[in-house]
Design a protein around this ligand. Structure first.
Ligand code: ANZ
Ligand code: ZN
Length: 833
């Protein structure tokens, strides 16, 4: 290759050269430190907060980390090069079960394991060239941080947004802890894969359901800024259903039982009544005669995942409870059953069963020989004959006063009727559940509540926070599902804050998603002691402009953070209602088509990759492989190819830097400058839209263009070649920061390239020649427009039709036919002439 032959051919590019030197310079000159970490002026356009979901310290960084932080770091560096004041912060999400398990196995304190890993990761981040502002650093397992989890818990408690109740919870027998719904994947524990079982425990919850509608409504703010996929996952997770609550009298019982139905129009089609078999209601309703059968049925229920319970294609089971419910409108008596196809914690845990128009009810009716009465004539065959419920629109029948109405009208009329008779009303239900907070674990934030025999659950007074974890974690082995903290007997004993008598601490810890639902607010002032975050710092930097992380957090972390942000807004602590203005999801780094795992033996070790190819080539490879949201198969990419490109840039910088200036070659220079400026422009656009792979492709093109110009005409000393090379290195600094610094010095420039800024585009050099297009109506020339020579036919037709003269000539007549000969001619044939 030509470029191997130049005067610098004997020098070789070393992907590891200068790393320590540049790290030192960056640190000394504080190049990544926003001028003020806690400015006093409010946020403006120039201040950009780029945050990637903070790391969990499970060991050294892996390939996935390298990908996420390459993406967010490139965003931060690009914004900085463009003159923005950028904050690119770092903290650690350092509480959590893996630390506890690892510590138990090794007989260590979870602190040792955690903080050792954090130091390892911190060093690796630096050597990967990530431009963090290290002043922001904190760890959620620091008492200075988790004290504010406790403070926030108390604020929610004061407002009735934190509460305790006994609930059937998901229990992992292996990890011996409760799991949130989000942590149960197809009936199994997300972490260890063990079958999850149900248990009744008294647990703390945050009332996320109080914010269900606002979580939906505020998605307006996120449209076009968050990936559509995440928004629709959240919408489904919240699962809004509109319908009615209907109250049924149960014979021989005083209190009525309420059901939720999306189809109150089908009230006359209800032929039986079902309550969730695992609910206390079922237990209460069952009469003595049927008790034995019911107990047997209930004992035989295995814990099934919700989706499985709701499936329509499985055999239905249940037991008659010996009772009858009374239809509040028709007065009909309906036998009451218990079954597992009704969920205890959705709606009200009871349903009126309408077999003709609900498939699960129909399956149950057929299994137990219950009547099927069609009340909506959809024009389809009768469900009683086919076994297929009809769910579509139609006209009401067998329904007294509702007869003849269409479905929607009948829903409205039924609701009016229920409300008038005071036996129900219109209602909305959400699939979203309250956030189950309590964890029977050691390595988390203690719940700041004390139990007193006379006073009940008493919050720990604010001035006694933090409630620190006792430092004996690793010796604590939970037995039979006890919280490890229960065995720290001295710690548990405490005086009641209210009456002073001896009381007991809550021995559960908080779900670590509490830690991660507000950490970003603390970045502008991580040592703030007057509150969870510094209001001035938050006003200066928040909300997060660019948030980067995996889409596995769609319905967990991202939902919790949105919830807590709204609560903080309502309390008056922050002014905005959404935490993350824009969201980018990165794909996964996989190997040979599969997720990397130890058992498959396809793990790629990040440190080995860096040792082999250098940090810059690893970063470039990550970014060049695909747009951020796609998976990267490490078997298909070529870090060696990235090294080759960086070496070409490096030689180019040497050749251009060593050349003595020559008079400009005017004719060639204009052409070269046009290409250079077009490529700067295209790279800029690609970076703005986060198509980093396209940006790098343009930089590679620019490298080739400049190489040719050096080797042929006008040579390395030419002004346009110099200009282009300088621009190339400035842009390179966002993706390959160490190599860019080396190249900058080779160009004879004073370090650091990071201070040089992003290159400007001369708009005059982007102007393309225009051609004149003739526009005719019915063959007569009506207008002439100037267009680009490579305009598309569609675009040309659109432009031509906008012409006022053309519109006048058409005089309101439609267009029957259009002839387009881009870029020279358009002819409209009017509909009636
Ligand atoms: C009568 C009816 C007639 C129903 C009909 C549907 C069709 P979504 O849309 O998912 O909100 N349901 C209510 N609570 C339930 C529970 N805890 N477990 C299982 N099913 C439950 O579903 C609402 C419908 O699901 C409700 O409307 C109820 O059945 C059932 F032609 O009431 B429907
Ligand atoms: Zn007390």
């Amino acid at each position: 290759m030509a470029d191997e032959q130049g005067p610098t051919a004997r020098e070789t590019y070393d992907p590891h050269a200068g790393i320590d030197k540049w790290l030192r310079l960056w640190r000394e000159e504080r190049l990544f430190e926003a001028e003020e970490l806690t400015p006093t002026s409010p946020k403006d356009e120039q201040r950009t907060l780029v945050v990637s979901m903070f790391p969990y310290p499970s060991g050294d960084l892996h390939m996935g980390h390298a990908e996420v932080y390459s993406i967010s770091d490139t965003m931060a560096r690009f914004a900085r090069m463009r003159g923005h004041k950028v904050l690119n912060p770092i903290a650690w999400d350092s509480f959590g079960l893996p630390a506890e398990n690892a510590a138990r196995k090794r007989n260590l304190d979870p602190r040792d394991w955690t903080y050792t890993n954090i130091d390892i990761q911190a060093e690796s981040f630096e050597r990967l060239g990530i431009s963090f502002d290290w002043r922001t650093r904190f760890h959620t397992s620091d008492p200075e941080y988790y004290r504010w989890n406790q403070w926030l818990f108390l604020k929610l408690f004061e407002r009735g947004l934190a509460y305790r109740k006994e609930a059937p919870v998901n229990w992992c027998p292996n990890d011996e802890t409760v799991l949130a719904n989000e942590q149960v994947i197809q009936g199994k524990c997300e972490r260890c894969g063990t079958d999850v079982v149900k248990r009744n425990l008294t647990q703390w919850f945050f009332r996320t359901t109080a914010y269900a509608q606002r979580l939906l409504d505020d998605m307006e703010q996120l449209h076009g800024r968050w990936p559509d996929e995440i928004l629709s996952m959240q919408r489904n997770w919240i699962g809004r259903s509109a319908g009615a609550h209907i109250d049924f009298q149960i014979e021989g019982r005083h209190e009525r039982v309420r059901v939720f139905s999306t189809r109150p129009d089908t009230l006359y089609g209800a032929t039986f009544f079902v309550v969730a078999a695992d609910s206390t209601l079922a237990d209460e309703l069952c009469d003595a005669e049927h008790r034995a059968a019911f107990d047997e049925y209930r004992a035989g229920l295995t814990s099934k995942a919700e989706m499985e319970r709701l499936a329509i294609d499985r055999p239905m089971t249940g037991v008659f409870l010996g009772r009858y419910a009374v239809n509040p409108i028709s007065g009909e008596k309906l036998p009451v059953y218990a079954s597992d196809y009704v969920l205890a914690d959705y709606g009200t845990g009871a349903v009126m069963a309408v077999p003709a128009h609900d498939q699960r009810d129909l399956n149950f009716a057929r299994a137990y020989d219950l009547p099927v009465r069609t009340v909506v004539d959809t024009g389809g065959p009768d469900p009683a004959d086919t076994g297929i419920a009809t769910v579509g629109d139609g006209v009401l029948m067998n329904s007294g006063p509702l007869n003849g109405l269409r479905k929607e009208e009948a829903i409205a009329a039924a609701i009016v009727e229920l409300e008038q008779r005071n036996v129900g009303q219109g209602a909305v239900t959400y699939r979203l559940r309250d956030w189950l907070l309590s964890r029977q674990r050691y390595w988390g934030t203690p719940i700041p509540i004390v139990y007193c025999d006379s006073c009940g659950a008493v919050p720990v007074p604010e001035d006694q926070l933090p409630v620190k974890l006792p430092e004996i974690g690793y010796t604590l082995r939970p037995e039979g599902g006890k919280s490890p903290l229960q065995t720290a007997t001295e710690w548990v004993k405490v005086d009641c804050p209210s009456c002073g008598r001896q009381a007991r601490r809550d021995t559960d810890t908080m779900d670590t998603f509490v830690d991660s639902s507000w950490y970003f607010l603390r970045y502008p002032n991580p040592n703030y002691e007057e509150g969870p975050f510094d209001p001035a710092g938050v006003a200066a930097w928040l909300p997060v402009d660019e948030y980067v992380g995996g889409k596995e957090h769609a319905t967990g972390h991202l939902m919790y953070a949105r919830f807590l942000t709204k609560v903080l807004h309502d309390i008056g602590l922050i002014s905005f209602t959404e935490p993350f203005t824009r969201l980018t999801n990165q794909g996964q780094v996989i190997m040979n088509g599969k997720a990397m795992s130890k058992s498959l033996g396809n793990l790629v070790n990040l440190q080995e990759q860096i040792a082999q190819h250098g940090p810059d080539a690893v970063r470039v490879t990550m970014l060049f492989a695909s747009p951020p949201e796609d998976d990267i198969d490490w078997a298909d990419v070529s870090p060696a190819g990235s090294v080759k490109w960086l070496a070409r840039v490096w030689r180019l910088a040497g050749d251009v830097g060593n050349a003595s200036p020559v008079p400009a070659d005017v004719a060639t220079d204009v052409e070269l400058r046009k290409v250079v400026h077009r490529l700067i422009d295209e790279t800029t656009q690609a970076m703005e839209t986060k198509r980093f792979n396209v940006g790098i492709a343009r930089l590679m093109q620019l490298t080739n263009t400049l190489r040719l110009a050096v080797d042929r005409r006008p040579g390395p000393g030419d002004a346009a070649v110099q200009e282009g090379t300088v621009a190339l290195i400035r842009m390179l600094s966002c993706v390959a920061p160490f190599t860019a610094e080396e190249c900058w010095v080779r160009l004879g420039q004073a370090p650091s390239v990071l201070k040089a800024g992003w290159p400007h585009v001369d708009p005059a050099l982007l102007v393309e020649e225009q051609v004149t297009c003739v526009v005719q109506v019915a063959g007569k020339v009506r207008d002439r427009i100037e267009v680009s020579p490579d305009i598309s036919e569609d675009e040309l037709q659109r432009l031509a039709l906008q012409s006022e003269r053309v519109q006048a000539a058409l005089g309101g007549a439609g267009v029957a036919k259009v002839v387009v000969r881009a870029p020279k001619l358009v002819n409209f044939v009017p509909a009636r002439s």
